[in-house]
Design a protein around this ligand. Structure first.
Ligand SMILES: [Mn+2]
Length: 354
């Protein structure tokens, strides 16, 4: 099992998991309180009386023993460490707070701590078929919600009203909630890469950028579409839109196992540079998605270069942002296949004029 492999790699006798996303990933527990302690032979899930019933249902099938502890859970962890003669304990140094670490030191006397670093993020990069199925559904909900609000996208509509409606439409279709603050950015605001919906009203002519997604069964989707509101886009509007679209599709078509994240970024970036807009595409091309909206691998010239593997799920989202004029970004969620890719979003990338 994965956790034993990690213990070997880190030369640790046990792993303590306190980050709830990783608790969920390894144990299946979806509640808000509980810690995992894994030793070479044992898998403990420690929680209090509020969650024991849920834990029995969710973690026992995954080989975990539920340990009820109504005092401080760390006191019980300390006992379990003794019982199992643990000397070296691996911890999530990237998410443990300093005060948590102080209480580890206080409770776990004589234990050496080993940092896990980003090893869980690396494990989580490659999705199981079950995880991909959930993300596929999350993307489908996102598509449907966007289609549902189309009639509301018109001159005078308030950006925030559109984001509220998107959230409602996603939840109505089974989403837990939005996967981040929904971006609805019209006209000059569309030039802001992260223009979260504001009180601004949509104007009679111009771009409107929507970047949103949902959490469904704990997993994120993420999609961006830019539409043109009105009937008279200028040559420049069309050129900017078509440049982003072409760059996005070039990069998507290049996705397959064996290609690196930086190669993908370069393909889109060189195309946009060739059209003279290079300096207006200053962010990375994309990112992994999963239990978090931004996961490994970063698909960016700024991030570590990672060779894509089958069943990674990434976004591809180039953009061009012209201050005072407007901006365009187009984003899909992509499953990496051995010899290609699968696009999870079904929403058209043709320039939609409303
Ligand atoms: Mn994204």
């Amino acid at each position: 099992m994965k956790l034993n492999k990690i213990m070997d790699q880190k030369n640790a006798d046990a792993i303590l998991i306190t980050n709830m996303l990783n608790v969920r990933y390894f144990s299946g527990f979806t509640g808000t309180t509980g810690v995992v302690l894994a030793t070479g032979e044992k898998r403990y899930f420690i929680t209090d009386f509020r969650y024991t019933e849920q834990a029995d249902a969710q973690v026992v099938p995954n080989g975990f023993e539920v340990v009820r502890e109504d005092r401080q859970p760390l006191e019980r962890v300390a006992e379990l460490l003794k019982e199992n003669s643990v000397k070296r304990l691996a911890i999530e140094d990237t998410s443990v707070s300093l005060s948590q670490f102080r209480s580890f030191e206080k409770n776990f006397e004589g234990i050496d701590f080993v940092d896990l670093g980003d090893i869980f993020l690396r494990e989580r990069m490659i999705k199981t078929p079950e995880e991909i199925e959930i993300i596929r559904e999350a993307a489908r909900i996102t598509d449907e919600a966007f289609a549902a609000i189309k009639p509301l996208i018109k001159e005078g509509a308030v950006e925030k009203d559109l984001s509220t409606e998107l959230e409602y439409q996603m939840k109505k279709r089974g989403a837990d909630g939005p996967s981040f603050d929904i971006i609805v950015a019209s006209n000059y605001r569309s030039a802001m890469p992260h223009g979260v919906a504001s009180e601004k009203k949509l104007e009679s002519e111009g771009f409107v950028k929507f970047d949103f997604g949902c959490f469904y069964k704990g997993y994120a989707s993420d999609m961006t579409r830019t539409i043109y509101l009105g009937s008279n886009p200028t040559e420049k509007h069309l050129e900017v839109y078509n440049t982003v679209r072409e760059a996005q599709e070039l990069a998507v078509k290049s996705v397959k196992a064996g290609v690196t994240t930086r190669e993908l970024d370069r393909i889109a970036r060189e195309y946009i540079e060739g059209k003279g807009y290079g300096e207006y595409f200053a962010h990375g091309l994309g990112h992994g998605i999963g239990l978090q909206i931004h996961e490994y691998p970063g698909v960016s010239f700024k991030a570590e270069e990672i060779v894509l593997e089958e069943n990674m799920v990434i976004t591809i989202e180039p953009g061009i942002y012209l201050e005072g004029f407007g901006g365009v970004r187009i984003e899909d969620d992509i499953v990496v296949k051995r010899d290609g890719y699968e696009i999870l979003n079904g929403t058209t990338k043709d320039l939609v004029k409303l």
